[in-house]
Design a protein around this ligand. Sequence first.
Ligand SMILES: Cc1cc2nc3c(=O)[nH]c(=O)nc-3n(C[C@H](O)[C@H](O)[C@H](O)COP(=O)(O)OP(=O)(O)OC[C@H]3O[C@@H](n4cnc5c(N)ncnc54)[C@H](O)[C@@H]3O)c2cc1C
Ligand code: SF4
Ligand code: SF4
Length: 404
Amino acid sequence: MGKTRDKTSFFDLKRDVVDRGLCTACGTCVGVCLFDAISIDYESDEPIPILTGECTECDMCYPACPGKNVPLRTLDKTFLGSERYFERDKIGIYTSCNRGYAMDEEIRLTSSSGGIVSSLLIFALEEKLIEGAILTGWRKDKPWRCKPYIATTKEEVMRGIRTGMMIVPNNALLAEAVTKKQMEKIAVVGLPCHIHGLRKLQMRGKPKKLVNAIQFCIGLFCASTYYWEGTKHLLQESGKIKNLEDIVAMDYRGGKPPGDMFVLTRDGKFRFVATKHDYVWHLLGSASYKRDRCLMCVDFSAELADISCGDVFQRIEDKPGPFVATVARTETGEGLLQMATEKGYIHLEHHDPDMIPSSGMGWEAKKHAGVYRWLERSRYGWPVPDYEYEISESPLPRDLKFPG
Ligand SMILES: Cc1cc2nc3c(=O)[nH]c(=O)nc-3n(C[C@H](O)[C@H](O)[C@H](O)COP(=O)(O)OP(=O)(O)OC[C@H]3O[C@@H](n4cnc5c(N)ncnc54)[C@H](O)[C@@H]3O)c2cc1C
Ligand code: SF4
Ligand code: SF4
């Protein structure tokens, strides 16, 4: 018999999460390790945490990990102040629902869906509410892959615009920002699973230095991320790019909104790869390049973030768009939106929250298909994440709702 331990280690994390296919690749385990023992292996096709230093069994990574356990009920109560009713709270608990865009025309027209996320970060940096923001950007060495980075200026924030449909371990830079770069106030942008990791570590209250530094988090709606294999296939099959080393820049959402996929190659040519509709619906989405862990995820609208942002795919009568659906959930989120509006960084107007479930396929993927898959997998004893509530078999009505 091995000795009994009351503290968890990276080996527990590897055994219970990574080796059971439950790792979301959010990077939280790397970001909370103050001993620099865990790294992300960026060379494998899917980023994965690996032990590169000595694990001191300090009990930081395992409790913060959202791969196996996301106590939604407790997290709701802790951060949003109430308990959700699944039939009613279709987009989680929130305080206001708006749609909006960046007042800076360049940001609005070059961003993913209207530039609210980038504008809020730029506002927070310029007003010195934060010293840095953790974002996703293109890699310099392999400009067809993404990596997290820390932005401290408007120009650096704008480098993160229109980046990855792949998973990027943003939370891996938490310790880098706070302990190495000595930042006392940071913001984090992430998908729902990144936000789950952040909230778990904030709820636990340690490492204290990290917890104190996180000023706010902005969550992105997420239908799924996709295996790199899917994008590689798309580049080679549709884009006819045989050698990825020929790519010098990539864009998942170029041209007119909602944006199509383009690459710039070494010969100076801009090459069209696929329309957003084609790559989302016919290749990445329906042809199942969705990451396996994403298929068991039940959070579409970043239900625990201070502010959650997503596309408004519906056409808004008489308004050209693009618009970002912008959901505030906390006092911090409300305050930030109000200040950024007053200072002229963003425009906001009321958005009917019932339009969110019918915008694109993400809500259906999470709240019905994801739930059903979770139940099926449980039936066969396959690994599933624990969400701390009884997953109900009856689908939530999507109530398709369109404006006008
Ligand atoms: C993988 C993925 C799936 C999405 N799925 C949906 C969906 O199904 N339905 C929907 O309505 N919206 C979805 N979104 C959100 C949407 O694409 C926009 O990000 C959101 O509307 C904010 O738009 P914006 O113009 O304000 O953002 P911007 O101002 O352009 O800023 C976007 C920010 O997102 C960061 N980012 C980019 N890729 C990633 C990533 N992989 N991980 C973490 N951060 C990243 C960038 O660094 C940047 O800071 C998804 C986003 C991603 C990254
Ligand atoms: S914290 Fe995130 S990256 Fe680390 S094992 Fe858990 S899910 Fe994976
Ligand atoms: S679907 Fe869920 S697990 Fe997958 S990237 Fe999105 S938020 Fe993370």
